[in-house]
Each structure stands twice: as C-alpha cells, then as structure tokens.
Design a protein around this ligand. Structure first.
Ligand code: PGA
Length: 259
C-alpha cells in the first residue's frame, strides 16, 4: 500500500524562532489527537526554509523522545543542489541536510521552475542525486492555466515526468506532487473532477514507468474545508500545502483530514 503523506511547504516564511514556536504548538496538538485516533496511517512532512533547518531538527528530535507517539514526522529542504559540496555559491548541500537529520526535499516546485529558471534536465539530476544520498525527493509537476486551456495538460505532465524522472531509480524512495500552477496560492482549487481525472492520468503514467510505490500528492490551495473531500478522491495519497500550513489553526484540520 502506498504511504499517505501530508506535507507543509513553508516557502520563504518563518524565522527559526517562529519555527520553534510553531513546532511546539503543533506537537502539543497533534500528540493529543494521536493518542485518541492513532495517526499511524499517515506521515507528516515539513519543508522548511534553509535557515530553519536546525530549529526543525531540534524540535522534531525533542518530540521523538516523548514516549507513545505513533506519528512519523519528517523535515527537509525546499531546494537542494545535486552536488554535496564545491564551488556553488549560494546553493544548499544535501550532505548538510543529512548531517542535521533532514530526510526529504522538494524538487522542481513551480516557483523554482518559474522564478529561478529550473528546467527538467536540472531536476532530473537533483532527483537522482538525492536518491543516491538516501534523501527522499518530492518532484513537483503541474500545468499553467494557459496550458490547461489549450488542452495541453497531459502532454505537459508527460514531459515533466519523463524528463524529470529520466535518471530516477525505481528502487528508491520517491514522491510526486501534482500541483496545477493556476491553483497555487490563488485560492482557486481544482475541482474534485479535475483532481480525479488528472491524478488517474499521472498515476497510470507513474505505474507504466515503474514507480508504482511512489505516493502521489495533490497541491494547490488545499484548505481545511476542502481537504476531506480531496483526500477521498481516488489516487490522492495526501497533500502538499503552502499558505494553510503556516498557522496551526488552518494546518491541524488538514493533517487530520479523513480520520
Ligand atoms: P498553496 O501552495 O497551498 O498556498 O496553494 C501550495 C504549494 O505551493 O505547494
């Protein structure tokens, strides 16, 4: 069975101090939910800003030492380079993430593609390098509004998956997040029918490429009031959440969606 994941993408929000405060409140809330319902059916991921790495690492390890928690919570980076070290000014090293205890990383979020010109060839190298270092990559794919309106959604997703996963190992951990670009940060969530149709397409593409075990998440304006319905859609294994992951009040109902 594929793993269920609820992932927070904090983007360029929160200072280390704010991150510590968030984690303190989060763990106190989630541990009490966990005692009642056992959240063992899902994992919770946090993609934190690079400067919050140590705050995340310390917060998670302090919680892991509490007895009785059945949850699996992991933290990781929003962007890593494909080399572990070298003359790459300004890049983030996967080796540093590992030393700090990070286990996961986003690859090719639409903001990286659109604002920082990351292309599929670069992303393919990152996916492979992270897998080789036992960091779980979460490759993001998705079409723009113009591409959807032009009927190009399936062609765009096919190209992003084929090129982005060109070097990926089927034997290693991998997660895919389908995020229609027009739904990210806009409040314009895809309809249940659009999510069902596109997830079925991406799922069959992944299966045909040998990635049957990769979980497939939906992202784009996921909120407390649509999470439950979206979670019940076939081939939706969880969410990648931006805006609504920043506040405890909006994040908690998403982490417990469908319980
Ligand atoms: P959003 O962002 O939930 O704010 O739409 C999702 C994302 O960018 O991953």
């Amino acid at each position: 069975m594929r793993r269920k994941l609820i992932a927070a993408n904090w983007k360029m929000h929160k200072t280390p101090q704010e991150a510590r405060e968030f984690f303190k409140s989060f763990f106190s809330e989630i541990n009490s939910v966990d005692q009642k319902t056992k959240l063992s059916d899902r994992e919770i991921y946090f993609f934190v800003p690079a400067f919050c790495a140590e705050a995340a690492a310390q917060s998670l390890s302090a919680n892991a030492s509490q007895p009785g928690s059945s949850m699996k919570v992991k933290w990781g980076a929003q962007n890593l380079f494909f080399e572990a070290k070298g003359a790459f000014t300004g890049e983030n090293s996967p080796a540093v993430l590992k030393e700090l205890g990070g286990e996961i990383a986003l690859v090719g979020h639409s903001e990286r593609r659109a604002l920082f010109s990351e292309n599929d060839q670069l992303l393919a190298k990152k996916v492979r390098a992270l897998q080789d270092m036992n960091i779980e990559p979460m490759l993001c794919v998705g079409e723009t509004l113009a591409q959807r309106q032009a009927g190009e959604t399936e062609a765009v997703l096919t190209a992003q998956l084929e090129k982005g996963l060109e070097l990926a190992r089927t034997t290693h951990a991998l997660v895919i997040a389908y995020e229609p670009v027009w739904a990210i940060g806009t409040g314009q969530v895809a309809t249940v029918e659009q999510v069902r149709e596109t997830h079925a397409f991406v799922r069959s593409k992944l299966d045909s490429m040998g990635f049957e075990n990769a979980s497939l998440l939906y992202g784009g304006s996921v909120k407390a009031d649509n999470a439950k319905e979206l979670f019940s859609v076939a081939n939706v294994d969880g969410f990648l959440v931006g805006g609504a992951s920043l506040e405890i009040s909006t994040w908690m109902p998403i982490t417990t969606a469908g319980l």
